[in-house]
Design a protein around this ligand. Structure first.
Ligand code: C2O
Ligand code: CU
Length: 476
């Protein structure tokens, strides 16, 4: 991990199994919110506690939805609208953004663009539509770099109607935390310019569903759908599935043709999701998921034991998910093209950029915390639209990474097709809301701009976003 934090060596794999055994969590499932049949779901952001360092160990002060981290798993059926009455119980203004949901613009939750930030003690009502089935999440869009680092995020599951090809699903929300010597969230380093100019805020502890070492129970022969989320501010996850042979069925909520992992590890950038099907073998077994972006690190395990899975009717053979109603007809020939050039960061070539409409040199920019640019502009919430596009037009967006750092670029309100990487056509159809672009890489994406309103494009390494990697476009 260049210039960054690596995860605590406490749980390095070699020879650590005894240590691991002492740190495991009890089997525990994430709390799901009970949705009122008709009416409003109350959701509050407020302070809470979580045992992040070790199971049953010191409690860290966190900010969480309903005081927990992750917040409650919200489950709706495709086509339903979830009505959320959000209340801010923090002493800092916040919002809720429904990441990956093709939502009406007024409920996109971007402070300063689609709504005013919700002040402490105030409320905001969100109408969360669910046109697409899949795995999504929610998090603040005001001081995201601080509020997510403190624990504000939750998973939103939109269920496909009808029968399923798996027994049960498990939500696995990965996050890394930077804890200080008191095992509290290291708040002193929030906003540290070193992080902003490098990879972003990397943690020293990795959790799954906020457990230092999550253990999930399964049955022999059970077929599970794993819903993986990377909720970290900046860490790109590299996951290794020892012994399991997962098959990928969805990326960022959108179905893909089911396929085994192509590489040894599964790469999940911040904000991305990946849905996997795994089959437990007929005999009892334990499977560990390791994170190997730095020193290999045991993240969680699935333990299958007891009576074999039983089911009334056999599961469908076909694990492919039904298609979502995305506007797929891409008219690339008559599309409008808007290239996104990323510059800046440590060891980068950026010498100046526009900030609030004025040209500034790098020193001045650094003084203002702006160390990255999109198309020569160090972005802020006060900028004018990057472009505006007529509703229904297809937008091609080549994304060029002229920096020394990877970036996960997220487009609001739409899902896009990943068309090519470095000029090579991407062969498997891949629809996403966040795409990882490596240093020196050029990735072209395309989408039909069919959702009216003002939509952000930003890096989901949250320190990069705050440091200038943000812009917005308008669909009119
Ligand atoms: Cu996950 Cu603009 O956000
Ligand atoms: Cu970035």
């Amino acid at each position: 991990m260049p210039n960054g934090f690596s995860l605590s060596r406490r749980r390095l794999l070699a020879g650590s199994s005894a240590l691991v055994a002492g740190l495991v969590s009890p089997f525990r499932h994430l709390a799901a919110a009970t949705l009122p049949a008709d009416g409003w779901l109350e959701l509050a952001a407020r302070p809470g506690k979580a045992s992040l360092w070790e199971e049953g160990g010191p409690l860290a002060d966190i900010w969480g939805y309903d005081g927990g981290v992750p917040g409650p798993v919200l489950r709706v059926t495709q086509g339903e609208t979830l009505k959320v009455r959000f209340r801010n119980g923090l002493d800092q203004a916040t919002t809720v953004h429904w990441h990956g949901i093709r939502i009406a613009n007024a409920y996109d939750g971007v402070a300063g663009l689609t709504q005013d930030a919700v002040e402490p003690g105030e409320s905001f009502d969100y109408l969360v539509s669910a046109p697409d089935a899949g795995t999504y999440w929610y998090h603040p869009h005001n001081r995201s770099w601080e509020q997510l680092a403190r624990g504000l995020y939750g998973v939103l599951v939109v269920e496909e109607p009808g029968t399923r090809a798996y027994d049960r699903d498990l939500v696995l929300a990965f996050d890394d935390w930077r804890l200080d010597a008191d095992r509290q969230i290291d708040t002193a380093s929030l906003g540290a310019m070193h992080d902003w100019a490098h990879a972003g805020r990397l943690g020293n502890v990795l959790t799954v569903n906020a457990h230092p070492y999550l253990r999930e129970a399964a049955r022999p022969g059970e077929r599970l759908r794993l819903r993986l989320l990377n909720a970290a501010n900046a860490r790109v996850l590299n996951l290794r599935f020892a012994g399991l042979s997962p098959r990928v069925i969805a990326l960022d909520g959108q179905p893909v043709t089911p396929h085994p992992l192509e590489e040894e590890t599964l790469v999940i950038a911040p904000a991305q999701r990946c849905d996997l099907i795994v089959d437990m073998p007929p005999e009892a077994a334990t499977f560990r998921i390791d994170e190997v972006s730095g020193d290999p690190f045991a993240a969680c395990e699935i333990v299958s034991a007891g009576a074999p899975a039983s089911r009334e009717a056999p599961l469908a053979d076909d694990i492919a998910l039904p298609a979502n109603p995305l506007p797929k007809v891409l008219d690339l020939a008559s599309a409008v093209t808007h290239e996104l050039l990323m510059e800046g960061g440590a060891m980068g070539r950026m010498t100046e950029a526009m900030l609030h409409g004025e040209r500034k040199g790098i020193r001045e920019l650094v003084g203002e915390g702006k160390v990255w640019s999109f198309n020569g502009i160090a972005g802020s919430h006060h900028d004018a639209a990057w472009f505006s596009v007529a509703r229904g037009r297809t937008v091609r967006m080549p994304i060029v990474n002229d920096t020394r750092w990877p970036h996960g670029i997220h487009v609001h309100g739409h899902h896009f097709l990943v068309v090519s990487r470095n000029g090579e056509k991407v062969t498997r159809e891949e629809w996403r809301d966040t795409v990882l672009v490596q240093p020196g890489e050029r990735v072209e994406i395309a989408f039909v701009a069919d959702n009216p309103g003002k939509w952000m494009v930003h890096c989901h390494m949250l320190e990069h976003q705050a440091g200038g990697m943000m812009a917005w476009f308008e669909v009119a």
